[in-house]
Design a protein around this ligand. Sequence first.
Ligand code: TA6
Length: 281
Amino acid sequence: MSQGAGQAATVSLRNSVGSKLEVAKHGAHVLTWSPGVNEESVLFVSPAAKFGPQDAIRGGIPICFPQFGPRGALEQHGFCRKNNDWAIAKQDEKSVEFELKDSESTRASAWPHTFQVNYLVELTDEGNLATKMKVKNTGSEQFTFTCALHTYFGVGDISSTSVEGLRGCEYEDSLQGGKVLQEQEDAIRFEGEVDRVYGPTPQEIEIKDQSHKRRICIFKSSSFPDAVVWNPWIEKSQKMADLPDDAYKRFVCVEVGAIRQPVSLQPQQEWEASQAISVKS
Ligand code: TA6
């Protein structure tokens, strides 16, 4: 472990082709990922991000579990992303697996179940970023959860960025009180705040980052049936203390998850889901 970005205790991985990533133990939070040697991280982290033990880090890949957003009685996005009890279960030169079990504080929360989450972060030989999340019901009663990997992708300019692959998908528009609509566009563009929960969605979604002349490809397992597309734009950014006012121009969130249909696990039942991210010119 070392002290990485913002002085959080982090694990760094690097492979033979110079790809590298950094994960904070706090929240098992992937902070940076560079697919190629001397390349900037593909993930966005706010210059004003906070890294305290109670903070949700603005950027990278926050883990939203056991609740996405305000969809339940827990705090926004659940307790996982701020949790300091993640342990390193396994580590080798190209991967690290974090493990979180229920604790006194989680059992005292509005989601008092006994559980185990394992989160594997891997740098593939090609330099791609692969993450897999497993949830096990280690208790004696059924429970349900919603979750997402709330990935912040860095882009050169949000105004020349689009998200592709969701045409025809149903979505809940958070800006219209969750009104259900259907995506009509091949390419979702940004001319204001966008906050939509799509689902069900295809396994492949692409971010076209024209300014950097690249495509960021997301491949998710079918057990992540949904995808959130979010950019706060101007007004919401100005209300966020951990995001500079103009930083909305430099990222888009595409968040794979199980949101619209909560996941139910019987005692001893397991669920897993994964996303792999690659960059193409
Ligand atoms: O990404 C979708 C969303 O639920 C938005 O509504 C916005 O709240 C965003 O997450 C960030 O949430 P946070 O709690 O990290 O500020």
